[in-house]
Design a protein. Sequence first.
Length: 119
Amino acid sequence: MSTNFDWNTGPLAHGLQCYRTQQFFEAHEHWEGVWLTLAEPEKSFLQSLVQISAAFHHLRRGNRIGATSLLTRALKRLDLCGEQFGSLNVALLRNHVREWLTRKLSDHAPVEAELVVRG
């Protein structure tokens, strides 16, 4: 099992940059191409990022039901990961997703959830 993801080059890096600049559909597209090639547990982990990106894309389009469904499924996958996975701070990301599910989806808050890559 390898959890070494390269967030500095290639499609993962492009997706991360898109995510950080709130280009959520584009982030989803970059990561989905990689996700399809992976084995478990990396596949489920990256699928959670794809789902979060897609959720925020839906949220921007006013589809709160779709966003809620995708965030819920992503959280179930993230709950299977440790505090860190693939050099990402999963604990922080889980907290952000839970916050979105419990309060922000109804507050019409700006779309954001930080992805912190450990150097």
